[in-house]
Design a protein around this ligand. Structure first.
Ligand SMILES: Cc1cc2nc3c(=O)[nH]c(=O)nc-3n(C[C@H](O)[C@H](O)[C@H](O)COP(=O)(O)OP(=O)(O)OC[C@H]3O[C@@H](n4cnc5c(N)ncnc54)[C@H](O)[C@@H]3O)c2cc1C
Ligand code: SF4
Length: 509
């Protein structure tokens, strides 16, 4: 059968959550995913080749060309069933109420706020938290938004190093609280987390992380959804104002396939989605088509590593546990900036990651010293800028015939200024926790990419309407991180999930 009620492209947060609503409504759904299932074993997932960029799921068959802003001039894509959720850190924040409000200081002259208010999405945050069984702690963070339901799980006890970081932040007058995490601590029907030293950037070998491949996708398949993995979508076919079908190439048998449906949900990620729209020429049918691929955001991310006099984490325990949002909406010493960002604990990095980052002898010499480190990740809300984005080079094609994606991204002066203020606070906290010195590591990946096909009321400056329908093509919806008009300063997955549930529900009506 190659005729469906709905085709969902991409099995990450945007695809899986939208698919849930369609499957629950009884629609015949086909999900197409270019990656494979991640097999679970301690050797494969927690060994030297466990980190995503060293694994087979860092897909180099369609390289991203990044002349400006990457950590390398060419970068692979994260591709597997469940998308990067399988390798993610599980941090599952709701954006704050004000994140959905107009903020010209962030949005600049291209002001294009959210066409939603927090209250429009609140119940879907609750649904997403239930699906992902989020743990955490409420009632402490001063920026915490309203919630209609409690978090499904309690926060786990803190590691000793986390207790030191918490005490240090509290002494400085801050309000540290447990990170909301998509990790199983309480469900006795599944493996519970054993607080190992991997997690962020690794798949969980015992499936205790509540990633989509472990939780939601198997449930959708059990309810009748078809999932074809290793299936690269190469073209979206258009006729008379509608999509009719998608063309694919299977990585397994190298054959070409075409699938037909009534409705199409594009959720190939904030880089994959504009890539497919532009390579299929669909921007020409949209009154806001000239902005497709633009306004790419990815947060500004830097880790403040405290360098401790001995092993920082003597227990050898998972300690990505705390968040500090006291400077989320600014800092009293810098009244001109009304938004800065969040601080989140980052555990001691595995030696294999350091050796990969610092190639050759430098990495080999320095990797044993990583045990002295424990850190705080500073996430700054980056401004949506027209010149940041993804374009295609039609003259250069990959093995699937897809044109080369070219990405350019530069941070604004505001982004950089906000980061300086936030990392200074991070250094103060780590010093109080016992660090002798610090080292700041800038992250230049696109793991938090959002914003390239944004939703909005203005059809000239946004390609999607407020229901994430692609203007000009009545049966095409986008539900991944591309849709976000601003990035907030919090990890994007729960907001992508909540919005996809919202849009999935609308599609079934
Ligand atoms: C190491 C790491 C850690 C992270 N940690 C966190 C965290 O702790 N908290 C958080 O909120 N966020 C985290 N993120 C970010 C989070 O994973 C992303 O924001 C989120 O997965 C984006 O969801 P999405 O639906 O937009 O796209 P994705 O989840 O990227 O899904 C897109 C899917 O589409 C598939 N695809 C792409 N092109 C095609 C094609 N042509 N044909 C078929 N399939 C295609 C891809 O293979 C992918 O599976 C992390 C990311 C990484 C890489
Ligand atoms: S910390 Fe827990 S959830 Fe994360 S990889 Fe280890 S066992 Fe799995």
């Amino acid at each position: 059968m190659n005729n469906f009620d709905a085709i969902v492209i991409g099995s990450g947060f945007g695809g899986s959550m939208a698919a849930k609503k369609l499957v629950d409504a009884g629609l015949r759904v086909l999900m197409l995913e270019r990656g494979d299932w991640v097999h679970r074993s301690i050797e494969e997932n927690w060994g030297a080749k466990g980190p995503i960029e060293l694994s087979d799921f860092y897909d180099k068959s369609s390289m991203l060309y990044v002349p400006v802003g990457g950590n390398k001039p060419t970068m692979g894509m994260y591709a597997c069933v469940g998308g990067p959720s399988v390798f993610y850190g599980g941090v599952s924040f709701r954006f704050r109420e004000q994140d959905f409000e107009k903020n010209e200081q962030i949005e600049g002259k291209d002001a294009q706020g959210w066409p939603l208010a927090y209250n429009d999405i609140e119940k879907y945050y609750s649904q997403a938290e239930a699906i992902l069984n989020i743990s955490g702690e409420t009632g402490i963070d001063p920026t915490e938004p309203y919630r209609s339901t409690p978090l499904p799980q309690h926060a786990p006890t803190l590691a000793k190093i986390s207790q030191k970081v918490k005490a240090s932040a509290q002494k400085l007058g801050m309000h540290p609280f447990s990170l909301p995490l998509a990790i199983n601590y309480e469900d006795t029907n599944r493996n519970k987390c054993i607080n190992c030293k991997t997690c962020d950037t690794f798949a969980c070998a015992i499936s205790a992380k509540n990633d989509l491949a472990t939780t939601l996708i198997p449930q959708l398949i059990a309810k009748g959804m078809q999932l074809y993995c290793n299936m690269v979508v190469t073209k979206l076919n258009y006729k008379n104002g509608r999509l009719t079908s998608v063309d694919c190439i299977s990585k397994s048998d190298k054959k070409r396939y075409t699938f037909h449906a009534e409705k199409f949900i594009l959720a190939a990620g904030a880089l994959g989605t504009p890539h497919l729209l532009l390579s299929s020429g669909l921007q020409h049918f949209n009154p806001g088509g000239q902005v497709v691929g633009h306004y790419l955001m990815r947060h500004m991310n830097s880790i403040v590593f405290g360098i401790f006099p001995g092993t920082a984490d003597k227990e050898g325990r998972f300690h990505k546990q705390l968040a500090i949002l006291d400077y989320y909406f600014g800092h009293p010493d810098f009244p001109n900036l009304n938004k800065l960002g969040s601080l989140q604990q980052m555990p001691t990095p595995p030696a294999s990651i350091v050796e990969n980052e610092l190639k050759g002898i430098v990495g080999k010499v320095l990797s044993p010293a990583v045990k002295l480190l424990s850190g705080l990740l500073a996430i700054v809300e980056d401004q949506p800028q027209y010149n940041n984005g993804l374009a295609i080079d039609a003259n250069n094609k990959d093995i699937f015939g897809l044109p080369r994606p070219i990405i350019n991204h530069s941070y604004s002066i505001r982004d950089i200024t906000a980061m300086k203020i936030l990392t200074k606070e991070g250094k103060r906290i780590m010093k109080g926790a016992g660090a002798l010195s610090h080292y700041v590591h800038d992250i230049r990946t696109f793991s938090h990419a959002v914003g390239t096909v944004r939703m909005g009321f203005d059809k000239r400056t946004s390609a999607l309407d407020e229901n994430c329908q692609f203007r000009g093509i009545e049966n095409l919806y986008v539900t991944d991180g591309s849709v976000m008009p601003t990035s907030a300063a919090l990890n994007p997955s729960l907001t992508i999930a909540a919005n996809a549930l919202r849009v999935g529900e609308l599609i079934t009506k």
